[in-house]
Design a protein around this ligand. Structure first.
Ligand SMILES: C[S@@+](CC[C@H](N)C(=O)[O-])C[C@H]1O[C@@H](n2cnc3c(N)ncnc32)[C@H](O)[C@@H]1O
Length: 409
């Protein structure tokens, strides 16, 4: 049995794994060894020197006092502070959502004293809490005793999907309470995000119950309208006659597709318990003869044939490389020669959305216990391994929500 490891053991292990010279020096030595060109070596050594200057306390004191560098120094220290305080900001947002304050203020500012009576909390205490919301621009002060919606709070009015997303982040924060436990793969099965996404790391996926899959299916369906709009605006569905949405959840994406393209045939494939949930959700679909729901495991069971457009919306990042290639190969066998595969998900390394793919989802999927966000190049490599050759990555319009890859056999 593995002994529980303490933070100190973990840290000393990682230090000894670099031949006793410490991870930092190991990293810099590797960078030097691997740099292919002289120019890159020179740039790197310049960066190293600059980093050494930045970490010197003498330089920090000087740059904070010198008028020309003062604004930069101030802005950097503010950025570092914001990283440290990030959790306070997220919890402020969570509190305002739980108080239903964004919807409450939708019709205009309200006096703090009135809200304090409503929430049964001392006005001074509430004012301090609201002040936190004001500084992160979710709220704004209005007059001497009023509070209204701030520029970042206004888009949250009536936004159930963001509210649900923020609420479910509580599980992620639980997994991140000891970030080194996450790094070392020591979070517990069935708890936190691993419990929330029960198909992750589980071989008997079809044995799941509709109650197990309903919470995540609901969450996904909530955010789907925004994602579907991005996909439908980013790719022209007009040339197709039949769409198969693999891992289509409750069917929110296909509902949006069907609304925009009334002549398309639509097929959804997902795990049987999810399809049961989808069947109930799509009960009122306007033209049920266009719609087919198929329950099955996309890594094991038959992939439905007949579609000339196959969509993978927020699917591949949930799986390890081996399963991604397996799934793509299975799709490759059913897609016609003139068919198209459309991959839509938040990707890593996308300019303007680095924190989404490379920070948030990297740790999120680690906590979930399966998958990783990938760059468009990494996904292209996996698509090629699976037999796709003509692959395009259109410039994403809202990369925070999703990026697209369009592949043909
Ligand atoms: C992150 S959700 C995305 C759902 C939907 N595409 C969306 O964007 O709203 C991943 C979906 O893949 C489904 N899924 C995961 N593994 C599967 C498998 N082996 N076979 C079929 N479906 C699977 C899950 O049930 C879930 O509905």
């Amino acid at each position: 049995m593995n002994e529980p490891r303490t933070t100190t053991t973990r840290r000393s292990e990682s230090a000894s794994s670099s031949n006793g010279s410490g991870p930092a020096s190991d990293r810099s030595r590797r960078t030097g060894d691997e740099a292919p060109g002289r120019v890159r070596g020179i740039v790197e050594s310049f960066r190293q020197r600059w980093t050494a200057i930045l970490s010197s306390q003498r330089f920090q004191r000087w740059s904070a006092a010198f008028p020309l560098t003062r604004p930069i120094a101030l802005s950097r220290s503010r950025q570092v502070f914001d990283i440290c305080a990030g959790f306070v900001y997220s919890q402020t947002l969570l509190a305002l959502i739980r108080l239903d304050l964004f919807d409450r203020l939708a019709r205009g500012p309200v006096r703090v004293s009135v809200l304090a009576r409503e929430f049964d909390v001392p006005p001074d205490r509430l004012r301090r809490f609201l002040g936190a919301g004001v500084t992160i621009r979710l709220l704004r002060w209005a007059g001497s005793d009023g509070v209204g919606l701030g520029p970042l709070g206004a888009p949250l009015v009536g936004n159930e999907s963001v509210a649900r997303m923020v609420e479910h982040n509580v599980l992620l924060y639980r997994d991140l309470e000891d970030p080194l436990a996450l790094l070392y793969g020591e979070t517990r099965e069935g708890e936190g995000l691993k419990g929330y996404w029960p198909y992750a790391g589980r071989a008997d996926r079809e044995g799941l119950d509709p109650d197990d899959v309903a919470p995540y299916s609901e969450l996904m369906a909530g955010s789907q309208p925004m994602v579907a709009q991005e996909v439908l605006d980013g790719y022209d569905f007009h040339d197709h006659h039949h769409v198969l949405d693999v891992g289509g959840g409750k069917g929110a994406f296909l509902r949006a597709v069907g609304r925009r393209h009334a002549d398309l045939r639509l097929t959804l494939l997902d795990l049987p318990p999810v399809v049961e949930v989808a069947r109930r959700n799509l009960d009122d679909f306007p033209d049920p003869s266009r719609l087919t729901l198929v329950g099955g495991d996309f890594l094991r069971d038959r992939i439905p044939t007949g579609a000339d457009l196959i969509t993978l919306v927020r699917i591949l990042h949930d799986h390890e490389d081996e399963d991604v290639v397996k799934l793509l190969r299975r799709i490759r066998t059913v897609i016609p020669p003139d068919g198209t595969l459309l991959v839509a998900e938040p990707m890593a390394g996308i300019r303007g959305a680095e924190t989404v793919g490379t920070a948030y989802f990297a740790l999120y999927l680690m906590a979930m216990g399966q998958g990783r966000p990938r760059t468009p190049d990494e996904l292209t490599g996996l698509l090629k391994q699976a037999g796709f050759s003509r692959i395009r990555h259109p410039r994403p319009r809202s990369p925070v929500l999703t990026s697209l890859l369009i592949a043909r056999p």
